[in-house]
Design a protein around this ligand. Structure first.
Ligand SMILES: Cc1cc2nc3c(=O)[nH]c(=O)nc-3n(C[C@H](O)[C@H](O)[C@H](O)COP(=O)(O)O)c2cc1C
Length: 227
């Protein structure tokens, strides 16, 4: 896929065909993505591909925790709750609401339909039934400052490289919200931070949720040019 077309067409995929993704293909995507830049070329990332039974275990545990109402406790510091849900207020909160409303509209979920909302949340905590996920870990000898910027560059590079292999992705906090079970099930040593997860699979293009094209602010409202 041509570069600009890939950047413009990439979007989060939240429904997948059940078809398995070959591990070799995922390795190829990750290998390409390691060309991503990082501060002083520190390459702080480590990858865990999770599929099959281990992925099923991870999803089950995640849904169990949701049902038990256990709040997230990620390795990446959580925003201060006193600053609003996810630390978001004002225009940022508004953008989050617009996203949620758009998703629920596409899925035909009416406001206050608690059963449908719970079903959606459970689908999210099953990682939208993706056939594979990639978990990014960072060694605890590294402070979570610039490595988080590095991981951001990496994630977008993975998402773009994946398109060349017809793979859809969704970066997901929901995969890394509870790092201890992730470490236990996936076998990630205690010495590593579980930073974030990303789903990978062949998009189910017929699913309404994949029709979502999230909004963006106009550049003019975000840009200052100083000469
Ligand atoms: C750090 C990060 C964490 C995210 N976590 C989730 C998540 O847990 N669940 C989800 O459905 N989407 C998640 N997303 C996807 C965002 O909602 C999505 O990128 C955003 O709405 C813009 O839409 P687009 O990716 O389709 O352009 C995450 C994205 C990022 C960058």
């Amino acid at each position: 896929m041509e570069l600009l077309e890939a950047i413009k067409s990439r979007k989060s995929i939240r429904a997948f065909k059940p078809e398995a993704v070959p591990t070799e293909t995922m390795k190829e995507v990750l290998k390409i993505a390691t060309r991503a830049p990082s501060s002083v070329n520190s390459q702080p990332w480590e990858f865990f591909i999770v599929k099959g039974e281990k992925l099923d275990q991870l999803k089950s545990r995640r849904v169990e925790q949701l049902r038990q109402g256990i709040g997230p406790d990620p390795d990446v510091p959580l925003p201060d709750k006193t600053r609003g849900n996810m630390g978001l207020q004002g225009v940022y909160k508004k953008r989050q609401v617009v996203l949620g409303v758009s998703i629920f509209k596409l899925l035909g979920i009416a406001r206050g339909d608690q059963k449908a909302i719970t079903d959606y949340m459970e689908a999210m905590y099953r990682f939208f039934d993706a056939p594979a996920v990639v978990i990014i870990a960072v060694d605890k000898v590294l402070q979570l400052s610039y490595p988080l910027i590095d991981i951001g560059a990496l994630l977008q590079t993975i998402a773009l490289a994946a398109l060349e292999f017809d793979l859809g992705t969704c970066i997901m906090r929901a995969i890394a919200d509870y790092p201890d079970p992730v470490r236990e099930i996936v076998g990630i040593p205690e010495s590593k931070h579980v930073i974030i997860g990303m789903t990978m699979g062949y998009p189910d293009c017929d699913h309404p949720i994949n029709r979502l094209k999230s909004e963006r602010e106009a550049l003019e409202d975000l840009l200052t040019v100083v000469e």
